[in-house]
Design a protein around this ligand. Sequence first.
Ligand code: NAD
Ligand code: WQD
Length: 337
Amino acid sequence: MKILVTGGTGYIGSHTVLSLQEAGHDVVVVDNLANSSEESLRRVAELSGKTAAFHQVDLLDEQALDGVFREHAIDAVIHFAGLKAVGESVKEPLKYYYNNIVGTLNLIRVMDGHNVRRIVFSSSATVYGEHNPIPYVEKMEIGANNPYGRTKEQIEDILSDLGSADDRWHIALLRYFNPVGAHPSGRIGEDPQGIPNNLVPFIAQVAVGRREKLMVFGGDYDTPDGTCLRDYIHVTDLADGHVAALNHVADKAGVFRWNLGSGTGSSVLEVLHSFEKAVGRELPYEITGRRAGDLPAFWADASAALADLGWSTTKTLDEMCQDHWRWQKNNPNGYTA
Ligand code: NAD
Ligand code: WQD
């Protein structure tokens, strides 16, 4: 199939482009490069031996997007493009609602106009909010507790309404848990701009000497070692989950929701120690106050993706850290030479 990947130069997008090419699909990428570099796609081409067509297009520019659909006979879309920093979304909610929601509305309107009605959407575990028991199951009521998460929830609602109104749509809503790691080649990986918000990129920058020490946000949670538990998932497993979801919706209409996670939680200190093993030395850290909005623990019930898609995670936390470290060590400044 010919797959349009929005946000395909980004972290998860670039790994998914590679998985799609390895599975035999043709890929077209649109990205406005707001949080990524075209270098990722050059490296994906190096790894796969195939070149994805790239269009530097903002989803807010509906006309330009329409041009991409006129140029390519797209069969399905995997939609990653969006802003994703929770803290920034609290400070600049309008920027998030406008970019993520209007961008998605433009995309699905253009898709509809071109009779393309298969979409796999990047949702997030953050939609489960703070009131659900763990593990999270797809049928639970959702309710995010920050503007970023609410953009995901609202896009899920928009796509669900669309699927209910028109049975020609094939829609997969994928709720990712905590993606980390990098392709084992060390050629592509996560390249955060500025100070990393997320745990593993921060540890990686401590290890490579770009940050002094890790601040562990809270050591007094009601968890085995006092630090928060999360469900970390290797980005290549996540990418393969997209290919599995795409295969499912290729011939099945309707709206499907799947958690993509491992089904287990790891603590902040477990992640740190696993990363230390990969690096081969101890890394400096300090336990500080809790970060506002953090939940003590959550992980996925990943049984629906296994039952419906035959997909489950394959990589351990140690492999995630080894691969993340290989990428960071070989590319201390990310894609910037
Ligand atoms: P990323 O920032 O690396 O990738 C997103 C890409 O979208 C970037 O390349 C950016 O330039 C592009 N983009 C943003 N707004 C755009 C617009 N208006 N038009 C065109 N391109 C635009 O982030 P990622 O970690 O690869 O995340 C991909 C998707 O997965 C996002 O939707 C994110 O919300 C979601 N997600 C990420 C995580 C995570 O922890 N990384 C977890 C759950 C869900
Ligand atoms: C993991 C743990 C922190 C940084 C976020 C988004 C979520 C999803 C994934 C997009 C927490 C602790 C972190 C640091 C730390 N993204 N930590 N020191 O918060 O689970 O989820 O990314 O959808 O929506 O909220 O991930 O990597 O930020 O934090 O101690 O410098 O590491 O407190 O316990 P989180 P994270």
